[in-house]
Design a protein around this ligand. Sequence first.
Ligand code: PLP
Length: 393
Amino acid sequence: MSNDWNTRTKLVHAGTRRSQYNEVSEAIFLTQGFVYDSAEAAEARFVEAGPDEFIYARYGNPTVAMFEERIAALEGAEDAFATASGMAAVNGALTSLLKAGDHVVAARALFGSCLYILEDVLPRFGVEVSFVDGTNLAEWEAALRPDTKAVFFEAIANPTLEVVDLEAVCKLAHGVGATVVVDNVFATPVFSRAIQQGADVVVYSATKHIDGQGRAMGGVILGSREFIRKTVEPYMKHTGGSMSPFTAWVMLKGLETIDLRVRAQAASALAISEALDGAGKLSKVIFPGHAKHPQNALVQRQMGKGGTVVSLEMEGGQAAAFRFMNALKIVLISNNLGDAKSIITHPATTTHQRLSDDQRATLGITPGLLRLSVGIEDTDDLISDLRQALAAV
Ligand SMILES: *Cc1c(COP(=O)(O)O)cnc(C)c1O
């Protein structure tokens, strides 16, 4: 790869390895193992594997390496480790880094499974976790301590779309020597500048925009070469959360088109948030890219675009929200996001059902709240579908 290539060129060509057949489309190296020329060669590789030498697919694989190199080029990270799911990435990034006695500060507004790791799993192994309102810098400052080892947050919170000031939180965290781990799914790898803005480690669920076509589960941990190879890799390769070669191929092909898809989705999401702003029966239209979002200035500075998810709050609570969902003809009722197909979710009864009523109220997850992941369908068709469903409520 040439370092002066622009993003779209990198997304099509970075990381490519060709076999002796010189194939155009990346090969799927669907193999668990690799043959050595001699016993001595096997021994040497176990002592130290070179950059393009592989041992066992749980440790690494050529198709997986292509994906890792391509996503690292997009994010502007030194290196990446691909994982079996987004949660394997979150768990791997945190567990490989932490030990008993460490302290972590995390934003309270988290994806349900991330909350499970921070609230249930880490404390069982002697890690103390303090939760803060991610948008409140004074709370971050008060919670950070000299023994704080890591900081964890979603740069845009699911599903209320509040934005964490990444640069400011990184500065505070680095002041006490903590490693900043950002779950950046909602910002998307296309609009993320998290590494340049100070994040040490960025994790993605590749299940979302990277696949972008609803096919496979995957994830990735990005960071410095030192962190990925010395901290993450030993943990992941021995605990079994690596990405499969077939999944890596699906994700590689997803990366080829991610810039085109996500930019179209983000433009559509903005148009939808503008079209629905002030519409009857909606008490709120939340989109970080909308001029009226309370943190729009921060969004412009941090990502430039507001992402691909719009949250809506219906007047009339759950009953109205369900009637609206059931009246949609194009938008699908499901719980993924970042897909080419537009998808609507009712967080209070699905993705955030596990939380107590109090927790949901604190996070602003009201009975009328809906999360709309905007796909790549025609924008006018989506707006018409949403309007006719509103009229049917
Ligand atoms: C989906 C998601 C995850 C988990 O990813 P999986 O691929 O489903 O394991 C983690 N964090 C955020 C913000 C997500 O949206």
